[in-house]
Design a protein around this ligand. Structure first.
Ligand code: NDP
Length: 262
């Protein structure tokens, strides 16, 4: 099933489960930047919230807000029993220590899953694994290759696949071309999260029954969004960009919020 179709289906289920709750789950998004990509992500979250009848609110603060003021805001929301989920939209202005802010969010409200003690699975890996599960991918004993090792995507993705008993190999910018070609050719599942336009293309070999998940979002010279993977590779399943992992990530966030509210 196409990602868009799957997401629409899951949204129906979420809507039904929200109707059964006595109070609408509330998510606060604190945003300090005004960059176009962040604005687009925030708009998406607000739209999902409205569509799913969730109480998603944006608290947009000036970029000049000090670290101390931001931490006070976070504390306020941490202590507010009406608030179920709290997100501080990244990136933060340079004068604010991102790590410090991530640690300040109450782990039981950390629906992004960034705190080391969080109760939640980070949204991008969670959304991907749930979709693959729905598509009938059998994780146990499969060769999974994760390209990229960021704290937000690559590392939690590898950890989650390992917990599903995949044989996980993690590639990065220091992996040799020869090794990359070898691991890709033997992969049953490839998750690519590098931010490098068409890093994986038809010059590599892939198993015909491989699943490829494209996390990358790169603005092409045509001004449009493109993935890390060249479209239409000869494999069993390849997620598109746009209309792929971005939607799965947003879905997982709403699921984490409902879990937080429960
Ligand atoms: P980072 O820049 O934090 O990490 C990129 C990773 O890719 C690094 O680990 C880097 O390796 C690796 N890398 C870079 N070049 C190569 C190469 N030539 N071969 C192999 N590995 C390479 O990015 P993120 O993980 O935050 O994001 C990755 C992409 O995913 C971006 O395009 C981002 O926009 C997108 N994204 C999409 C989301 C969605 O919801 N759809 C959510 C989050 C991210 P090294 O560690 O050695 O430097």
């Amino acid at each position: 099933m196409e990602v868009r179709e799957y997401v629409a289906l899951r949204k129906e289920e979420i809507r039904a489960s929200v109707r059964g709750l006595t109070k609408k789950p509330r998510l606060i998004i604190i945003q300090l930047n005004d960059d176009p990509a962040s604005n687009a992500y925030v708009r998406g979250k607000l739209k999902d919230g409205a569509e799913l009848e969730l109480d998603v609110r944006l608290d947009k603060l000036p970029e000049s807000t000090s670290e101390e003021e931001l931490l006070l805001k976070v504390k306020e929301y941490n202590e507010d029993p009406e608030v179920d989920g709290l997100i501080v939209q990244l990136p933060l202005p340079k004068h604010i220590d991102e790590a410090k802010v991530k640690l300040a969010v109450n782990p039981s409200k950390d629906v992004d899953g960034f705190h080391p003690l969080t109760s939640f699975v980070p949204c991008t890996p969670k959304g991907i694994v749930e979709y693959l599960e729905h598509e009938g991918f059998q994780f146990q004993g499969k060769n999974a290759v994760v390209v990229g090792r960021s704290n937000i995507v690559g590392k939690p993705m590898a950890k989650l696949l390992l917990s599903r008993n995949c044989n996980v190999t993690q590639l990065h910018s220091k992996t040799s071309e020869e090794d990359k070609a070898f691991y890709l050719a033997h992969a049953d599942l490839i998750v690519c999260a590098t931010g490098r336009l068409y890093l994986l293309d038809h010059h590599y070999s892939y198993k015909p029954d491989a699943y490829i998940v494209d996390v990358g979002m790169n603005r092409g010279e045509d001004g449009k969004l493109h993935g890390d993977v060249e479209p239409n590779l000869p494999v069993k399943l390849q997620t598109p960009v746009p209309g792929g992992v971005g939607l799965l990530t947003r879905l997982a966030l709403m699921e984490n919020l409902i879990e937080a509210a429960k």
